[in-house]
Design a binder for this molecule. Structure first.
Ligand SMILES: *[C@@H]1O[C@H](CO)[C@@H](O)[C@H](O)[C@H]1NC(C)=O
Ligand SMILES: *[C@@H]1O[C@H](CO)[C@@H](O)[C@H](O)[C@H]1NC(C)=O
Length: 460
């Protein structure tokens, strides 16, 4: 209840007038037939509610979510390990080595459980405290409502309920309709039916310092690297990056512990540093737009050697053909990289294709080579990002602060183009700076205003 309501309430208390004659003067006695409005009580409720809001911040809740996610991931991994070991088991029960692996995973799970136990303990206490306060406030409010003789509050509440119903109704209308017609089946996957999530939603170790970056998994990892995650943030001007962070597991990434940093170069920016957020990791090499050129850079994570290959000389770079929406451009997103079931692609725009999107396969040899190329009619600035699944390019666009939409596809096998997809993605922050698809888990890895998110793609 706001302060202004107090005055409404006080003004609406019924008043009774008495008239009497005392000597010559006519005097009015004003007598309030209702008890006085207990303003002090209302002030107390306001203060208590402000305190409650302060103690329960969204960060605390995010922290709990993060721990739970980490735990979920570890248990899944343990399950996988056990299944794997069972398969390998040839009559002898698990070897000592295998036990050691399980032991280590248990230790990590125990560690997470302890953290979770501590957090939930804290929350429990906080929750109990808050419950008492809430109950108190509720009672006071019921008491105060008796003063609402004009039913201002009741009507206001009803208004709010109607508004909420209306909002819900609108949302239901907005819900993703089924895309028309059926495209080809590739890699055993049908067409994208919907996008579920976010499944993970977290800040990185960099917190909110940098809003441009990318993350994901190696789409074709070396044996032993299957559970690794990589993260690159553009730490200079939101444009340039000079090192790659790697984490052993999703939980360590979400908790921000145990990262390995691999440096591309000491200064930033300089020759061969990363320019723009749209990069990918494939077979232990990072593919990205290298600094101040229209070339693709391949950074060998093991040897730290960089090899390059040039795109056509009329390729847009240095912020000439970025992604965007309305009057906004995502700076230096001239080149987007994508991995799918078949390898690495680069998505860019050329002058000879009128600023429309061009797709090139990148052969991952040493040095890399530009392979088959496709020209589309999709104007690059009209898309906010792209990714590829089974040889089909998908483009997203900005709908509003809450929704991003997959609206376009280009099939590199049939050259069929479609602008009629309407597959919505629920956002937590306003902008998607990068989107990567991992063919191993069918997840989209999104970097959004300093947050990292993953979404599940469902196929028909
Ligand atoms: C959680 O913490 C409480 C008190 O700190 C302790 O008594 C309890 O055993 C813990 N539970 C687990 C599952 O670790
Ligand atoms: C990285 O370099 C090493 C040594 O030259 C080579 O064996 C390996 O294949 C390279 N990795 C990639 C992804 O090219």
């Amino acid at each position: 209840m706001s302060r202004s309501n107090i005055f409404i309430l006080m003004a609406t208390i019924p008043l009774v007038f008495f008239q009497s004659v005392r000597g010559k003067d006519c005097v009015c006695d004003l007598k309030n037939s209702d008890p006085a409005f207990p303003e002090a009580k209302l002030t107390k409720v306001e203060t208590t509610s402000a305190q409650c809001i302060e103690t329960i911040t969204s960060e605390k809740i995010t922290e709990l979510d993060r721990l739970l996610l980490g735990l979920q991931q570890r248990i899944k991994q343990l399950e996988e390990t056990v299944v794997l070991l069972e398969k390998e088991d040839d009559k002898n029960l698990y070897a000592a080595v295998s036990f050691r692996i399980i032991e280590l995973e248990f230790a990590e799970i125990q560690d997470l459980l302890n953290k979770l136990n501590k957090s939930t303990g804290d929350y429990h206490q906080l929750g109990a405290q808050t419950a008492v306060q809430l109950d108190d406030m509720k009672n006071t409010m019921v008491e105060l409502e008796k003063f609402d003789s004009m039913q201002v509050i009741k009507k206001d509440r009803e208004n709010k309920r109607v508004k909420r119903d209306l909002e819900q109704c609108k949302n239901e209308l907005k819900a993703t309709p089924q895309p028309p017609t059926v495209p080809p089946k590739r890699c055993g996957l049908g067409q994208i039916a919907n996008v579920v999530g976010p499944r993970t939603y977290s800040l990185t170790v960099h917190s909110t310092s940098y809003t441009y970056g990318a993350w994901g998994r190696d789409a074709n990892p070396a044996p032993g690297d299957e559970n690794k995650y990589w993260l690159v943030v553009l730490t200079s001007s939101n444009v340039y990056g000079n090192y790659v962070k790697q984490f052993g597991t999703l939980s360590t990434l979400l908790l921000g512990i145990g990262a390995t940093d691999t440096l591309i170069s000491n200064s930033n920016p300089t020759t061969n540093t990363i320019q723009g957020p749209n990069m990918v990791m494939y077979a232990n090499a990072l593919y990205y737009n290298c600094y101040n050129t229209y070339s693709v850079c391949k950074f060998n994570m093991t040897t730290r050697a960089v090899s390059t290959v040039a795109l056509p000389s009329d390729t847009g770079y240095n912020n000439k053909n970025p992604f965007g929406y309305f009057s906004t451009a995502y700076i230096y997103t001239d080149m987007d990289f994508a991995t799918d079931e078949s390898g690495v692609y680069v998505i860019y725009a050329t002058t000879s294709n009128y600023g429309n999107v061009v797709i090139s396969k990148i052969e991952t040899s040493n040095p890399p080579v530009v392979g088959q190329t496709w020209k589309t009619t999709l104007y690059k600035l009209s898309a906010s990002n792209t990714f590829m699944v089974c040889g089909v390019l998908y483009a997203t666009r900005y709908v509003d602060k809450e929704t991003e939409q997959i609206f376009y596809s280009y099939d590199t096998q049939t050259k069929e183009e479609r602008y009629d997809l309407k597959i919505n993605i629920k956002k937590m922050q306003t902008n998607f700076q990068s989107v990567n698809y991992d063919p191993r888990d069918n997840l989209l890895y999104v970097f959004s205003d300093a947050y990292i998110l993953s979404y599940e793609l469902n196929f028909q």
